[in-house]
Structures are given as structure tokens and as C-alpha cells.
Design a protein around this ligand. Structure first.
Ligand code: G3H
Length: 494
């Protein structure tokens, strides 16, 4: 029963106040300060998170330090079993967790369910993959001037304590994508859930704890970034920070963190470049999906489309034909809703609307959409946009896509490479060879040929350049990032 499994998480008041996990038990903070979480669908209160105190954070750090040593000494096969069990629990509560997710962050039931299933699959994959991690030995005589007198034994060990900070848009999946590799590699994790999405994220943490993650190895501290963020990221008890969120926050964390290892997934602001020979039906479908799924609130969403005038004109016609079938804005829990529910909050919706307004003021035209009711922003297509306009210069975290006309491919490549962001880009063409030629000129993490940007499949490397990220994620790569090399050199002087 979910009620029993998740019982300790909150005090069951109306609205329920969710506890934090100090390494041993779910407890109430001495701060008495809470943040209410409102559903973006109807503004109803889902619950409240506590703002933990600095004293409580210090205690959590101590618990993590002690817990980490024991956890790292736990045989890997036992850590693997615990992860598989956590994945089983998540599958078991698929319906319950999806319903909570839909209510808390406004994701459609279909998208919420796929997040839950993907999370369980991801944890299982991590647990399988970690068993193939290998060390190596190196001989010294490969390097000029050295004889065989030294042997290097190179193994992978935990960083120590990892601070995991997850975003609102995938509070379950992007929490698991941080917790599982960090824990499997023997780290303790101090988990800071997002504020919106935090309730769902704490439920995910409970699956790890119930599966058997022992005392101190996992702790959960809640509160807004402005209350506890600086203290956490600069805390000397933290060895590594794994963060997903917007680029401004990423930059602020990097400045405050000091000499800690940083693994960041930040904003994308991803372009789609359409070559004249592209299959228009496929391109239109991928752009609609890429721009509007989860109301455009994915770091991998398509934010602008580049093409020559004739190409963009025909693309626009096909997109407008396909829109009624593929997109329907509404309550994300209704089966009629397709791709576009509310954005995360009314404040976010207002910001998106102001960026649309400023872009139109600067000379862009609205092809469709542009209006807003509470947290619901209509799926919006803008044309006649230039790269310096707000809708392209900023990452609009909502259902908005801008069309930019270029005179040739060279100009498009120049615009993409001049962007402050560099997560992914799409190139649409029926000539895969030509697509590869263009792909090699783009300074972004990943180029998708004939597909919209996306993180999955989750064992592929996922990385951003410039303001889009630090380090590489994706199952094997995340396991590597959540550990460091420890060379032990045996010297045999002759
Ligand atoms: O929002 C950032 C996520 O990593 C995007 O993941 O491409 O699977 O939607 P996704």
C-alpha cells in the first residue's frame, strides 16, 4: 500500500508538511519555516516542504561522512541488489507516483508514467553497468626514460559526499539519474530536491531508503535555493556537486562551490536546422514534439528553427496542418490533452508571455498562440525572429518556438555557434552524409540527424558545452563522473 510505504514522509496535516531525512529518519525541522507547493493546474496546495536550518545541514554532513565510509565498504554486489530493489519499488508504485507527479508539476499522465517507468529502467541499467567497471594496470617503461621499475594499479573510488540537486521538470527521473550512480560508486549523497517537484522527489528517495540504503548514505535536505543553496554548495563536507537546472543557477553554483568536482546539466536553447531536401512531414512532427512536449519545459526542447525562406515557408504550412492532431492544450490529467499542459507556475507563465511580447515588439510575428490563462501558455510559433531577440537570446522555458530565416547553411551554422548555449542541435535532411558534414561544424554536445533533441537513450553520452553543462552523463559516463581514479604505484627501484 502506498499510504504505508510513504507514511513517514509527512505529518499528514492539511496540507501535509513533508519532512527531511537526516540520515536516520524523516524528521521535522526546528526552523518551523515551510514553503507551500501549489499545483500549476489549478493552484491547489499539494503540500509543504520544510526549510531546514544550517545546524541541521551541518548534522546531515556529519552523518553523511560516517555513513559514506561504511557504505563504500559494503560489497558492490549488495549495493547492486539494493538498487534493483529500489527500481522494483518504483515500478510497484507507478500509478501512485505518476498521479502525484501530474498534480505537482503538471505533466500529462502519459509523460508522468513514462518518467516513472524510465526511472526504474534507468536504475536497473546503472546497477547492471556498474558491474562491468574495471580498473587497469600500467607499466612505466612505455614512457621514454623509464624502465620497468614501476607498476601503476589504477582503480575507481568514490569522491566522498556528493551533493545532488535536481530540477522541477523531471523530479523523479533526474533525481534517480544522480542518486543511483553516486550511491553505486560508494558515495554518500546529500540530496536537495527542487522546490516545485520536491514532494515527488522525496517519494523517490523513500524508494532508495526502503530498499536498504543504510544510515547516512542518503540524506534529503529541503528548502528553497535562496534559503539553503549557498550554504550547501559551499559546504566543506561536499566533495562533488551534480546539478541539473538553469544556466544562471549553474554559473552561480560554480562560483560559490570552490574546488569541488562539478557535473552540470544546464539550459539548452536548442536549434533545429532544416536543409532544403528535408522530409517535411517528419521534420514538422519532430519539431512539434521537440518544441511542445511537456509544454517546452525540457532542457532538450527545440527553441528555434533555422532554414532558407522557401524551406521555412513549406515547413510552416506542414506544421500548421499537423498541429491540431498532435497538440491540444489542457489539464494534463485529461486524456484529450496532448503535449501542452500548464507551465510550472503562474509567475513562469507571465515571464514567458513577457518574452513573447518583447520579441514581437522587436519585429517578430505570431504565427499561432501567444496568449496565456493562469499557468497555461498557448503553444506559440513566432516568425521573422532574429537571434538577438529575447525569445532566442534567452532560453524560454515554455511552449514557444521561433523561426529564423537564413540566406544559407553557413549563416545558420554561424548563428548556432554564436549562441551562449550548446546542449544539442537537430539537422533535418534526407542526405545523412550532408547532415554529418553540418553536424561536424556545430559546437554543441550532441547533434541529432532527423530527430528532435533528447537525452535518451539514457546510456548515450549526454553533455553540454558553453553555458549548457560540465562533464558527461549517461549511464557509464555518470558512473565514471561519480568516481575518481586512484592510482597506486608500486616502485621497484633497481
Ligand atoms: O530537461 C532536461 C532533461 O534532461 C531532458 O530529458 O530529453 O528526456 O526530455 P529528455
Amino acid at each position: 500500500m502506498p499510504e504505508e510505504f510513504f507514511e513517514t514522509l509527512s505529518n499528514h496535516a492539511t496540507p501535509p508538511v513533508y519532512r527531511f531525512f537526516n540520515g536516520k529518519e524523516w524528521v521535522e525541522s526546528a526552523s518551523g519555516k515551510t514553503v507551500e507547493i501549489h499545483s500549476p493546474i489549478d493552484d491547489s496546495v499539494v503540500g509543504a516542504l520544510q526549510v531546514v536550518t544550517i545546524v541541521e545541514i551541518d548534522a546531515v554532513m556529519t552523518s553523511a561522512k560516517t555513513g559514506q565510509a561504511k557504505w563504500e565498504a559494503t560489497p558492490l554486489n549488495q549495493r547492486v541488489k539494493i538498487m534493483h530493489l529500489a527500481a522494483d519499488w518504483i515500478r510497484h508504485f507507478e500509478e501512485y507516483l505518476s498521479t502525484l507527479l501530474a498534480k505537482e508539476i503538471g505533466k500529462s499522465m502519459g509523460e508522468a508514467k513514462s518518467e516513472i517507468v524510465r526511472t526504474a529502467d534507468l536504475i536497473d541499467y546503472y546497477a547492471d553497468e556498474v558491474q562491468s567497471m574495471r580498473g587497469e594496470t600500467l607499466d612505466s617503461d612505455n614512457f621514454p626514460g623509464y624502465d620497468k621499475g614501476r607498476i601503476g594499479l589504477i582503480e575507481r573510488v568514490a569522491w566522498g559526499t556528493v551533493l545532488a540537486i535536481a530540477p522541477f521538470n523531471y523530479p523523479v527521473n533526474l533525481t534517480a539519474s544522480k542518486l543511483a550512480p553516486a550511491l553505486l560508486m560508494g558515495n554518500a549523497v546529500v540530496f536537495k530536491p527542487p522546490t516545485q517537484g520536491g514532494i515527488s522527489a522525496l517519494h523517490l528517495a523513500q524508494a532508495f531508503l526502503k530498499a536498504g540504503v543504510p544510515e547516512g548514505a542518503l540524506t534529503c535536505v529541503t528548502g528553497t535555493g535562496s534559503d539553503i543553496g549557498d550554504y550547501l554548495v559551499s559546504h566543506p563536507g561536499i566533495d562533488c556537486i551534480t546539478f541539473t537546472g538553469n544556466s544562471d543557477t549553474g554559473e552561480a553554483i560554480a562560483k560559490k562551490a570552490g574546488m569541488k568536482t562539478l557535473v552540470f546539466e544546464c539550459g539548452g536553447n536548442n536549434p533545429a536546422l532544416v536543409l532544403p531536401d528535408a522530409d517535411m512531414n517528419l521534420t514538422a512532427r519532430e519539431i512539434i514534439k521537440g518544441a511542445f512536449s511537456y509544454a517546452g519545459q525540457r532542457c532538450t526542447a527545440i527553441k528555434y528553427v533555422l532554414g532558407m525562406p522557401d524551406t521555412l515557408a513549406s515547413l510552416q504550412t506542414v506544421i500548421m496542418k499537423q498541429m491540431p492532431e498532435l497538440v491540444h492544450m489542457g489539464d494534463p490529467r485529461s486524456p484529450e490533452t496532448k503535449l501542452v499542459g500548464p507551465v510550472v507556475s503562474i509567475a513562469a507563465a507571465e515571464h514567458i508571455q513577457s518574452l513573447i511580447g518583447e520579441t514581437v515588439k522587436a519585429g517578430a510575428k505570431i504565427i499561432t498562440g501567444g496568449r496565456r490563462t493562469n499557468a497555461f501558455v498557448e503553444p506559440t510559433i513566432l516568425s521573422d525572429v532574429r537571434p538577438e531577440m529575447p525569445a532566442v537570446r534567452e532560453e524560454v522555458f515554455g511552449p514557444v518556438v521561433s523561426f529564423i530565416t537564413v540566406k544559407d547553411i553557413g549563416e545558420a551554422v554561424g548563428i548556432i555557434n554564436a549562441s551562449r548555449f550548446g546542449l544539442q542541435a537537430s539537422v533535418f535532411t534526407q542526405d545523412e552524409g550532408a547532415g554529418i558534414v553540418v553536424a561536424k561544424q556545430l559546437n554543441v554536445g550532441t547533434v541529432q540527424i532527423n530527430g528532435s533533441p533528447q537525452r535518451g537513450p539514457d546510456h548515450f553520452p549526454f553533455l553540454g558545452v558553453k553555458r549548457s553543462g560540465l562533464g558527461v552523463q549517461g549511464v557509464h559516463y555518470s558512473l565514471e563522473e561519480m568516481s575518481r581514479l586512484r592510482p597506486i604505484v608500486i616502485n621497484k627501484p633497481r
